[in-house]
Design a protein around this ligand. Structure first.
Ligand code: TYD
Ligand code: MG
Length: 464
């Protein structure tokens, strides 16, 4: 019989103690002692290896030559929500453990309930909630218009009861909402503490692998961005997804941080509405609703990358005489330091006199982006506002601007241009070096500019 007991181990230096302590006696760090279950087994390692030798045939995976391993590809089951399946590389695989983390109120439970209803079409699905009562979960399901014969709910925060429910329902996939609410029977520390979160997750990973069950673990991250609970799970789960608002009040962005079975550069876009989370399939038309269509001095349009996806964005600038000794500079949605550099580059290279002007630059629609490909659009929006000239409304501007006023290349130019063409743009101003070797894109005339002066001429006319 194995003997179970718990100890407290410092997460920083590994020092262990029998009692909980605020400060580690080993390294003097505060709040690093986390509870752990230790299993004191009789016999030494040699004995245990001898025992294992007798059980070679029952290994969780037999010892296999590389060339024979993985001959059959993993069986993927699509969730049925395209934005999620994009992140999963087509679907989930048996035994996959997925951590879905995000700040409270972002929509994790809502997304998971919607996914659960889809997943339950393929077999029994267990929705274990330690956060909400059965009534709360079911009334949300009703409000979202979800129902399924094979969706089972349990409102429980004890790990043993959740594992027992798993044995009863035999789900092919399940969710635990959230990992911070469950308690391990052997631990006395409070739910949500590092020890509890890690031990409970470890048990669920074991169960998932043993039964080939797909397990979703929901986890809250704290407001200041620290991931107390979920962070310690990143290495034991297969996939880590982060759900956040990022750029936009309405938009919810799901990113894969780690993915043993799929890509990490994709992202899923959702919009929170009355009927739960709606997929944003066409990011450009989502933002295009907010794009100004008519030309105006101080307005320009670019195509930025959101993950690997091109998205049309509008830059607005306002340049006015200042009433202050020090002219003001403000940037909303763009990095202010970047904008300051661009203003300086324009003063020097196209002679834009800004020392007695206030400059305000913003991204329309409440977006926040750091893509350097927006530089050119930001520069010409400022120059346009100053000179009271408009960038043509059918022209998209894509390019990085260097300190020397040169237009530099940007990644994925071709897919950005296709997105612009799709949204109805007829002309695109791009780095001259890239313009040469671009394939033709129907409906779009590509104009190359090597520096700010050429770009301003192309956008505003030769006399500018
Ligand atoms: P929820 O899924 O409970 O967030 P989490 O599990 O990440 O804490 O969603 C919380 C917010 O979403 C809540 O403020 C209400 C809002 N919401 C809607 O706007 N529409 C809906 O259809 C649903 C279900 C929730
Ligand atoms: Mg929730």
């Amino acid at each position: 019989m194995s003997r179970l007991k718990t100890i407290y181990r410092c997460q920083a230096c590994g020092h262990s103690a029998m009692k909980p302590m605020g400060q580690c006696p080993g390294c003097s760090e505060w709040n690093t002692m986390a509870e752990e279950v230790v299993e004191a087994r009789p016999g030494g390692l040699a004995e245990s290896v001898a025992e294992a030798r007798g059980q070679l045939s029952s290994f969780s995976s037999a010892v296999t030559a590389l060339r024979d391993a993985g001959a059959t590809p993993e069986k993927r089951t699509p969730v049925g929500i395209a934005e999620l399946d994009r992140l999963f590389g087509g679907g989930v695989v048996p035994g996959q453990v997925i951590l879905l983390a995000g700040p409270p109120g972002i929509g994790k439970s809502t997304l998971m309930l919607q996914a659960a209803a889809k997943l339950a079409e393929k077999g029994p699905f267990l929705y274990a909630s330690g956060e909400e009562s059965l009534r709360q979960v079911s009334s949300r399901a009703k409000r979202l218009g979800l129902s399924s014969e094979r969706l089972y709910l349990v409102s429980e925060s004890s790990l043993s009861k959740i594992l027992a429910a798993m044995e009863q329902v035999k789900p092919w996939a399940m969710v635990l909402d959230s990992i911070q609410t469950v308690t391990h029977p052997q631990l006395v520390s409070s739910p949500g503490s590092v020890g509890q979160v890690r031990e409970c997750a470890a048990e669920l990973v074991r169960a998932a692998k043993a039964k080939d069950t797909v397990v979703f673990l929901l986890g809250h991250v704290t407001k200041d961005g620290s991931l107390a609970g979920p962070k310690v799970l990143e290495h034991i789960v297969d996939t880590v997804l982060y759900f956040d608002t990022e750029n936009h009040e309405l938009l919810r962005v799901l990113r894969a941080q780690k993915n043993r079975f799929g890509p990490t550069d994709e992202l899923g876009l959702f919009e929170m509405g009355e009927a739960g989370l709606k997929e944003v399939k066409d990011a450009t038309s989502f933002f295009a609703a907010e794009l100004g269509r008519s030309a105006a001095p101080g307005r320009s349009v670019s195509v930025a990358l959101e993950g690997s996806r091109p998205v049309l964005v509008e830059v607005q600038a306002l340049v006015v005489s200042t009433r202050y000794p020090l002219p003001r500079r403000m940037a909303t949605g763009l990095d202010l330091n970047r904008v300051l550099v661009l203003l300086a580059a324009m003063e020097r290279h196209i002679g834009l006199r800004l020392e007695d002007r206030d400059c305000f630059v913003s991204l329309a629609g409440g977006l926040r982006m750091k893509d350097p490909a927006l530089d050119l659009a930001a520069c010409l929006a400022v120059a346009g506002s100053w000179r009271e000239k408009s960038v043509p409304s059918d022209m998209a501007l894509i390019g990085e601007v260097s300190l020397l006023g040169e237009i530099g290349r940007v990644p994925q130019l071709e897919s950005r241009l296709r997105e612009a063409a799709k949204a109805g743009f007829k002309r695109a101003l791009v780095p001259a070096r890239s313009a040469k070797d671009l394939p033709g894109i129907s409906g779009l005339t590509v104009i190359g500019a090597s520096d700010l002066r050429e770009a301003a001429e192309a956008a505003f006319g030769v006399d500018s």
